[in-house]
Design a protein around this ligand. Structure first.
Ligand code: SF4
Length: 706
């Protein structure tokens, strides 16, 4: 019936998935989203990918949590839950909001008072708004009393941010994605934008069509490879060898930008000395790229009028992730390819608000705007603003918190909108840790694998059910508007955070997200010129933006870098890197390599997209991408079940013949609860960013399985 599909209202918002930050319109009838259309936003100009266009109906899924739940007395916290909705009421009972909040707040307060403020921790969400992220970290810092607050940025770009803060003083991008259309040369390394940032990939393809030379550097082939001028399919785990060889060429052939190095940087001599030992001839057998190609690409990047680098998790998710990013920063600095349109450094941010959540202080060592918690001036400023003493000790990170639970130091957690039981490395270990907590409070929209281990579950609102601001990968702050009401007794997340805060002794009274935004912007110089009214009027404003009439700065570091003191002030810093091998190399027992990541149709741990009808219909089953020759060696065929095992566990799933990965390397998405691949991954951390090595661990594979 055509009349049934005519919307009765249209609501402008942004996409809930990736960091590109596409603007869209929800078409709504009778509190149901009928369909979604792209809008003319700065990042998408009307374009949407399959997730943005079809991934909305999870909000109406019958699995939505609609009442608070409390774990039944005596029901054990098994970690082998298979997401069977029929078992929910065996494990939990329904409760009123009053009872659930009193129990959650009371237990967390008891742990704080009996075991000390550092016995509690919180994971906020990169899917929540900036206002939710800000209030969540404020609750942990003032209500729990410690800095034990983190979120999934730790699992994606923490190493990139560590290198960027160290080298150029800012963890955000220097230029927007759209600048690829102004670049002569674009290097995309360790990223698969067609899958993970699909609309950004379309701008890259458009740039290639008008003459930009695209250099893809990745051990895996991807759709974008077909558009590349060159594909450097280097061996997994050899990023530093390849990048140092390119820098060796640039130094030896005097392709460096001497003026830029002299006026804008420090530490070049040390860097140049370090790459001396990395000639292309020496590195070619290590990284698998011949010396001539290394020379050609290095010359191309260094001598073009404008060269830009974009990177993803293939760079960051290694024990040497910070070193990988240090090399990319050094490449840009030594050639002066930063601070102008069409140049610069762009770590492609994953979730739609991972940039904003980090900016808002949802990280254990920083207050909002990256002010360090162990800096006495910053601490004094936030103590004055929040009206209470704060802990000066940086908190623990995501994986460290899991370890600390099992060591007995952390006894209570509050998790909002994250699913560490699926997303953490060595997930069996993470699940054992969550199950060992005296009190786990989970705030979510579905009974996730993490929620199943909770003592109290608080039913929250889906993206389209709330209003807030979100910051995309380009540093663009955008307004997402509420289109529909939450189902049943589910509540807005800001309300839930405040009610829990009240039970921890905090008297907050924010009645609208704009009040939180206003408090936040007064504490964050980077966004001090962005008002709520301005966002309502303009829809999106780029930071840094420090006055009401500041249009915002899409390209930064034009004259100086925001780092250094005294003689170093304003200068970027070269940091040399040497080869550090992966923590777990293949051996006779586990001869192959596992690489994890995402699929185009599914999002992270799958809790939303696997409940979105169109997306789940396209990719309904857990699959492993296996090189056809490796599958043949197993005597298997596409569609056969295989079992992958590492030293930490094993999973069975369907094999798909796919030559995008090199022989000996298997790629598996981490969205399938039936084959939770993070049971196999290695929790070894990069020492600087504390990010786990999701992109490399040793496995063995056999045909058949459960
Ligand atoms: Fe959403 Fe990213 Fe797709 Fe845009 S590219 S529609 S932001 S998932």
């Amino acid at each position: 019936d055509a009349a049934l599909s005519v919307p009765d209202k249209q609501v402008d918002s942004v996409c809930p998935y990736c960091g590109v930050g596409c603007q869209l319109t929800y078409n709504v009838k009778d509190n149901k989203i009928l369909y979604v259309e792209g809008r003319d936003g700065p990042a998408n100009h009307g374009r949407l990918c399959v997730k943005g266009r079809y991934g909305f109906d999870y909000a109406h899924h019958p699995h939505r949590l609609t009442k608070p739940l409390i774990r039944r007395a005596g029901v054990s916290k098994t970690s082998d839950f298979a997401m069977d909705p029929s078992r929910v009421m065996d494990v939990f009972r329904e409760a009123s909001w009053e009872e659930a909040l009193d129990l959650a707040g009371g237990q967390l307060a008891r742990i704080r008072d009996q075991n000390g403020k550092r016995a509690l921790a919180g994971f906020g969400s990169a899917k929540g708004s900036n206002e939710e992220a800000y209030l969540f970290q404020k609750l942990v810092r003032t209500g729990f009393g410690s800095n034990n607050v983190d979120h999934c940025t730790r699992l994606c770009h923490a190493s990139s941010v560590a290198a960027l803060l160290e080298g150029i003083g800012s963890g955000a991008v220097s230029n927007p994605v759209m600048d690829v259309t102004r670049a002569e040369v674009v290097i995309v390394i360790g990223a698969n934008p067609t899958v993970n940032h699909p609309v950004a990939a379309t701008w890259i393809k458009n740039a290639v069509r008008t003459g930009t030379k695209l250099i893809m550097c990745d051990p895996r082939k991807s759709d974008l490879t077909r558009h590349a001028h060159r594909h450097l399919q280097f061996k997994p785990d050899t990023d530093v060898a390849m990048l140092n060889a390119m820098m060796h060429v640039i130094v030896h052939e005097n392709l460096v930008d001497r003026d830029f190095i002299a006026s804008r940087t420090i530490g070049y001599e040390e860097l140049a000395k370090n790459v001396e030992g990395y000639s292309p001839e020496l590195m070619a057998p290590i990284c698998g790229i011949d010396a001539d190609t290394l020379r050609y690409v290095a010359r191309l990047y260094a001598t073009s009028k404008a060269s830009m680098i974009l990177w993803g998790m293939g760079i960051s998710q290694h024990v040497h992730g910070t070193d990988n990013a240090r090399c990319l920063i050094a490449l840009a600095l030594m050639t002066g390819q930063i601070g102008r349109p069409g140049t610069g450094l762009h770590p492609l941010r994953g979730q739609n608000n991972v940039q904003g959540a980090s900016d808002a202080g949802l990280i254990p060592m920083m207050y909002p705007d990256y002010q360090r918690v162990d800096n006495p001036d910053a601490k004094a400023r936030f103590e004055a603003a929040w009206g209470m003493p704060l802990d000066e000790k940086p908190g623990l990170t995501v994986v460290e918190i899991m370890d600390e639970i099992l060591a007995g130091g952390i006894k209570g957690m509050y998790i909002m909108g994250e699913n560490p039981a699926m997303s953490d490395p060595d997930a069996n270990h993470a699940r054992a840790a969550l199950a060992a907590l005296d009190c786990l409070v989970v705030q979510d929209i579905f009974l996730t694998e993490t929620a199943y281990l909770a003592d109290v579950i608080l039913p929250a609102s889906a993206f389209a059910e709330k209003t807030g601001t979100f910051t995309n990968t380009d540093r663009l702050v955008q307004l997402g508007r509420q289109a529909i009401q939450p189902p049943g007794e589910a509540k807005q997340d800001l309300w839930i955070i405040q009610e829990l805060a009240r039970r921890l002794g905090l008297a907050w009274n924010y009645t609208h997200p704009s009040q939180v935004f206003d408090e936040k912007r007064r504490l964050m110089r980077s966004i001090s010129g962005i008002t709520w009214e301005r966002l309502e009027r303009e829809g999106a404003v780029t930071y840094p933006c420090t006055t009401d009439d500041d249009p915002g700065q899409p390209v930064v570091f034009v004259d100086s870098f925001p780092r250094g003191l005294g003689a170093e002030k304003g200068r970027a810093r070269f940091v040399p890197a040497d080869i550090i091998p992966a923590d777990e190399r293949p051996d006779a027992e586990y001869p192959m390599v596992l690489i994890t990541g995402r699929q185009l149709e599914h999002w992270h741990t799958g809790s939303m997209t696997r409940r979105a009808g169109v997306l789940d219909a396209i990719e309904p089953d857990p699959v492993a991408l296996v090189h056809p020759l490796d599958l043949e060696a197993l005597k298997g065929r596409p569609g056969d079940v295989i079992t992958i095992a590492s030293r930490r566990g094993e999973v069975s799933l369907y094999a798909r013949a796919d030559d995008s990965s090199p022989r000996g390397a298997i790629f598996v998405p981490f969205c399938y609860y039936e084959a939770a691949i993070n049971r196999l991954t290695n929790s070894a951390l990069d020492p600087f960013g504390k990010i786990p090595e999701f992109k490399y661990c040793a496995i063995r594979v056999r045909l058949g399985g459960e």
